[in-house]
Design a protein around this ligand. Structure first.
Ligand SMILES: [Zn+2]
Length: 436
């Protein structure tokens, strides 16, 4: 089958997004600049293009520091989790206590009123942590040789996460804190918080035979603060943009909707919004007429592209859907001689909200050693290549051509198996997010 996907063309989008524009956290001027670039590109292809705007509660760090004050003095480079907890300009001082993980066994009154240092933080037992009232958190990176990551959250969710001033530090700095016997530290984390507008950018290629059947193909274009996000996810966005060009040229029997998702890093905001709107419209239509055929019924599949372009790496696919969908990717992998590790599982990205409202999703991604630097300033274009994009892009193009754009009948059932739906519910519960 002839393929048109051009890795060099896709790579140019990464250069624009991750080098020229750079960090583009949701709601920032760079986020808008990136959205305008993507919108302009879709329009230049002659596709009907629009944006879906929404508000996020966000902010940025203004001051952050970590100092050992007893029994020796030393400043340590850190990244403040500005939207989780904050301090005044004077900071907080306290006694350090090290725990291996945030498993229940370690969450004892021992941590009450102290600054907890750990390299095993998990998204569980948040309630128990709250109950024990620690004074602050120092999160040590899990892997050595990577810089502290730039995570954030949404400050209205403080009540769930706790309002502890928290900083991330490197594995090496964490190790020396313990080895040198630091007992008391001072933490400063100050931030500004505000509401900002951001957007999804949507472009539509109308189907020639079954225009009412829609397949959504997308990747998030936002980043965490101060991080260029070359692999995560200028890479996936670039593949979605190049696929838009390819299918505009090839045509499609079904409607293809190419979407650059906004504010994924804040908690899948753009895709949650899209899925929620589908669900609300569906409910409203079916209250009037239970036989109504809605856009939710007609949105057949979501193809998601998140984390792409690493030259050294391997290919991954996460499927949330029936096994025929999984087999279709496995078969093409065997046939094409391009290895994909195909799993039926939840991938923490923009396909999941679709599956939460009953639409199957397939997430393509690139696994690589560089993924340990994801969400740090080291996620840069130097590790990526047009060739890696082209291999992955041509595979997705072939798979889409076969089953989506050219097939006479859409082959994949519009259902999500119960066991996977349970995993989606657990995923949302872990993040303390309502289902869309
Ligand atoms: Zn991502």
């Amino acid at each position: 089958m002839e393929t048109l996907f051009d890795g060099k063309k896709a790579f140019k989008h990464i250069e624009k997004l991750a080098v020229e524009i750079g960090a583009r956290p949701g709601g920032s001027p760079e986020d808008k600049q990136a959205a305008d670039y993507i919108k302009g590109y879709f329009e230049s292809l002659g596709l009907k293009t629009w944006t879906q705007e929404f508000t996020i509660k966000t902010g940025h760090t203004t001051h952050q520091s970590l100092d050992v004050i007893k029994p020796y003095k030393k400043s340590i480079t850190c990244e403040g989790l500005s939207l989780i907890g904050q301090t005044g300009p004077e900071g907080i001082e306290g006694e350090l206590v090290y725990i291996e993980t945030t498993d229940e066994e370690y969450l004892t009154p021992e941590i009450t009123g102290k600054i907890v240092v750990t390299n095993g933080v998990q998204r569980k037992n948040l309630d128990l942590i709250q109950k024990m009232k620690p004074k602050g958190f120092i999160l040590i990176e899990r892997h050595p040789r990577v810089l502290p990551k730039h995570f954030w959250g949404q400050f209205p969710k403080n009540k769930d996460y706790g309002n502890y001033p928290s900083v991330r530090i490197s594995f090496e700095d964490g190790l020396s804190l313990l080895k040198d016997g630091a007992t008391h530290v001072k933490i400063v984390v100050q931030s500004e918080r505000y509401e900002k507008q951001t957007q999804n950018v949507v472009a539509e290629l109308k189907g020639t035979l079954k225009p009412e059947e829609i397949v959504v193909v997308g990747g998030h274009y936002d980043t965490v603060p101060d991080v260029r996000g070359a692999s995560d996810n200028a890479g996936g966005t670039s593949i979605a943009m190049e696929l838009a060009r390819v299918f505009k040229e090839k045509g499609s029997k079904r409607t293809l909707r190419f979407v650059a998702w906004g504010s994924e890093e804040m908690g899948l905001d753009g895709s949650n919004l899209y899925a929620k709107k589908l669900k609300e419209a569906d409910k409203e239509a079916k209250e009037k007429d239970k036989e109504a055929n809605t856009e939710l019924d007609n949105t057949k599949l979501c193809v998601n592209l998140d984390v792409h372009g690493a030259l050294l790496g391997t290919n991954n696919v996460y499927v949330i859907g029936e096994s025929i969908l999984t087999h279709s990717v496995k078969l093409l992998s065997k046939e094409s001689g391009i290895v994909f590790d195909v799993k039926e599982d939840v991938y923490s990205s923009d396909g999941t909200p679709f599956s939460a409202v009953g639409i199957p999703s397939v997430s393509f991604s690139r696994d690589s050693g560089i993924n340990i630097m994801m969400h740090s300033v080291e996620d840069i274009i130097e590790y990526l290549s047009p060739d890696a994009l082209e291999r992955q892009g041509r595979f997705v193009e072939t798979w889409m051509t076969r089953y989506i754009s050219e097939g006479s009948v859409f082959p994949f059932p519009h259902t999500v198996p119960e066991a996977l739906m349970k995993k989606i519910e657990d995923y949302y519960a872990r993040w303390k997010e309502p289902l869309p």
